[in-house]
Design a protein around this ligand. Structure first.
Ligand code: GDP
Ligand code: MN
Length: 347
């Protein structure tokens, strides 16, 4: 890549715009959101090139890039060059990213060592914890995100396999959905030792925030007594930003945040988002995007049969993760069956 001097940075909220003209189609007030480091430029380009080709060059949604450090001019140039519409580049306020003052660093260090010794991925990492806490509690209230109602989260190095001929943001909006996903799986229990007890405390304390038609059946095999570790994989999300900004979710996040579990353990934004989506939203507000072929290593969701044909997908249907033993998709399907009542999460 030929590029400007790497030391050069551009002012945080700068943006680049090219001339996508989608003035006739109805659109949602939505954006892609990409949290990334400058060093991940090539992976980001891979992801957004595929997103443009499969979907966005026909739909013209803007992108918001976020980073705790300013994006370099190289990052801004190469990403905005391949985007058909507007891209904005924001810096994350330090208090939304770094470990808060009140965290007991000794206890946090012990927590990291313990997970490292158990060989848990990112067990020792502070930056990973910053990222998980940011995605859990802050991305939807970044100044650049405040003007939007819906988002699609994208990560570096992911693949999109199928042509999308409809607008998933409008689908979410028109059907009052709040959370869309493609892959669900089991979490490492070591990373969330006290998360479920914290969730149970929340349910006791704030019964008014728990949805009557919840999806506890996806999270628990015993009516809420214990967590079965199922969660939606949050590297792909299409969601309603106002759900995260709601009093219910804000109370939920604050309740989790106060325990320090993001740093003393290694609570992921995936189980946090998933538990909230399953308990605070109605069951009919969740959506499995079967027609979006997607891969984040090492797992892939590939549409099969007619959906594969319709989307002109290039993924191998035989390798779709849906019915793998480590997938939670069957639990999701069961939880969504109309005949399956939502258990009372407080009983
Ligand atoms: P994994 O998918 O769980 O293996 O984690 P990733 O390394 O892919 O991180 C998840 C997302 O957060 C990706 O979009 C990364 O680019 C981003 N990310 C992770 N750590 C950092 C960080 O320290 N700074 C920034 N700016 N982005 C990060
Ligand atoms: Mn990733």
């Amino acid at each position: 890549l030929s590029c400007p001097a790497p030391s050069e940075t551009i002012r945080p909220e700068s943006f680049a715009e090219s001339e996508f003209k989608n003035t006739t189609q109805r659109k949602s007030n939505a954006a892609f959101v990409i949290l990334a480091r400058n060093s991940e430029l090539n992976g980001v380009l891979e992801s957004i090139k595929m997103m443009e080709d499969r979907f966005n060059r026909n739909f013209g949604y803007p992108y918001v890039f976020l980073n705790e450090k300013p994006f370099t001019s190289e990052f801004i140039k190469h990403t905005s060059d391949i985007i058909s519409t507007k891209a904005e580049y924001g810096v994350i306020p330090p208090e939304h990213w770094y470990q808060p003052e009140w965290i007991d660093e000794e206890r946090a260090t012990q927590g990291r060592l313990k997970l490292q010794q158990k060989g848990i991925i990112y067990g020792e990492s502070i930056s990973y914890r910053n990222m998980c806490r940011f995605n859990s509690g802050f991305f939807f209230r970044h100044p650049l995100m405040m003007k939007y109602d819906f988002y699609w989260r994208i990560e570096p190095g992911v693949k999109f396999f199928c042509d999308l001929d409809y607008d998933p943001f409008l689908f979410m909006q028109d059907n009052k959905k709040v959370y869309g996903f493609t892959i669900s799986l089991y979490e490492f229990s070591e990373t969330i030792e006290t998360l479920w007890q914290t969730v149970k405390d929340f349910m006791q304390r704030y019964p008014e925030h728990i949805s009557e038609d919840n999806t506890m059946r996806f999270l628990s095999d015993n009516g809420g007594e214990s967590y079965n570790l199922c969660h939606f994989w949050s590297n792909f999300e299409i969601g309603d930003l106002n759900f995260w900004r709601s009093p219910a979710y804000m109370a939920f996040f604050e309740h989790l945040e106060k325990t320090g579990g993001f740093y003393y353990e290694r609570w992921g934004d995936a189980p946090v988002h998933s538990i909230a989506a399953a308990l605070l939203a109605r069951r009919d507000q969740l959506h499995f995007f079967n027609d979006i072929g997607y891969k984040h290593d090492p797992f892939m969701h590939c549409p099969t049969g007619a959906a594969h044909t319709k989307g002109k997908c290039w993924c191998d249907q035989k390798e779709s993760f849906d019915y793998d033993g480590y997938s939670c998709h069957v639990k999701y399907e069961t939880a969504m069956m109309p005949s399956t009542p939502a258990p009372d999460p407080l009983s």
